[in-house]
Design a protein around this ligand. Sequence first.
Ligand code: AMP
Ligand code: GLY
Length: 423
Amino acid sequence: MNVLILGSGGREHAMAWKIAQSNLLTKLFIAPGNAGTKEVGTNLDISQTDFEAVKKAVLENDIKLVIVGPEDPLVKGVHDFFLNDAELVTIPVIGPQKYAAQLEGSKEFAKEFMVRHNIPTAAYESFTAENIPAGHQFLETLTPPYVLKADGLAAGKGVLILNDLQEAKDELTEMLANKKFGAASSKVVIEEFLDGIELSCFTLTDGKSYVNLPNAKDYKRIGEGDKGLNTGGMGAVSPVPFANAAFMQKIEERIVKPTVEGLQKDNIPYKGFIFFGIIKVGDEPKVIEYNCRMGDPETEVVIPRIKSDFLELLIATGNNELHTKTIEFKDETACTVMLVSGGYPEAYEKGKEMHGLDKVDGSIAFHAGTTTKDGKVVTNGGRVIAITSYGESFPEALKTSYENIDKICFEGMNFRTDIGFDL
Ligand code: AMP
Ligand code: GLY
C-alpha cells in the first residue's frame, strides 16, 4: 500500500521511520517532509494545508492511506475535504474531522465535552468581550495563581499563568478587548490552577475501539530546570516512571474510556490519535488539555517503543477494524533530546550547515527542522533535530543521546542538558 504522511517535523520523521519498516508498505510519501524523511520515503514539495495539491498528489501516486501529523490541517478540515470529494472519499484519513478537532482547536469545546462526560479536569468558566466585568469578578473568587486560556489555537502561547490578581484582570482585558492572541482570544477560559506533575498519554481510535500507545513526559521550557520561555518541546522520556500501573489504570477508566465513549454518545466520528495532556494531582489524574494529534517531541520516544507493526494498526483504524488488533511495546526506555537553533523560541536564523550527523552511532536522529541545500543538510526551523536513544533506564538512554550530541554541531546549536531531571 502507498501511504502519505502530512507534516514536516520530528513527529512525522518518527512515524515515517516506523512505517518504512512495515511489510505492508509499498511506497511512502511525506508532504512536505524534511531532510530526514527523505531518507525513508519520497518528499513531496506541497504544503500540508493546500488540500487541492494534496488531492493531486494522492491520485497521482495511488496513495491509499493518509496520516495527518500536525493539528493545522485537521482544524482546517483536511479529513472533511476527503469525505466530500468523490475521488477521495474511499481513502482513509488518520486524523479527526474538523468538528472533532475542536477538542484541540477550542478550549471551551473541550471543557464542555469533559463536563458532559464526567471526565476529571480543572473547574472553569469562559468569557467574551461582552462580559469582561463578570470575568474580573470570577477572578476575584479564585485563589492565585490564575490560569487564563485563549479559546482557539495560539501556537502554544495562548495560556497565561499569573500570580497577581490585577495582572490577571489586565491580561483578561488584553485578550478579550484588545485581541492579544487575535481571533484565538475572542473567548477566554479561566481555570482553576492544578498543582501537580504532567505527563502525555496517547490513544489511537477508530471511533469505537482504541489502543493505548506508550506514555511520555515532555520538557517544554527552553531553560534548564524548566525555566524560561515555552517551546514546542525540548526533550521527552518514555515510559514515565511515576505513572505506575495503578495510576495508568485510573487514566484508562476515568479518562480514556469515557472520552472514546463520549465521542460515540455525542455522535462525533473520530479516526486518529487522541493526545491527553494529564496532570497528576496527589494520586488523581486530571485532563489539562486534549490534542487531536500526536505530541512532538513525544512521538520521537513513543514510536520507537512500539514493537507492533504501526502501519497495520493505522490500516485497521482506517477500516474500522481496530477491535481486531492489539499493541505491543518494547520494554526499554526511550529518551530524546531536541537540538534547537540559537535564539529559539524567539527569533532565530535558518540555513546553518549541520556537521557530524554521519557520526551518530547507537541513537536515532529524527529530523525536525532540516532541509537539504546543495546536497548538504541545513537547519530549517527552531527545533532542528531530536536525538533518541534506548536504554535499560532513562539515565542510560540519555547518556547515549548526550554522547552522540557531542559529535553534532551547527552554528548557534542549543539544547537542554537536564532532560529527566525531575524524575
Ligand atoms: P495547555 O495549552 O492547555 O496545555 O496549557 C499549557 C500549559 O499550561 C500546560 O502544559 C500546563 O503546564 C499549564 N496549565 C494549563 N492549565 C493549567 C491548570 N489548570 N493548572 C495548572 N497548570 C496549567
Ligand atoms: N509536546 C507537546 C505538544 O506536542 O503539544
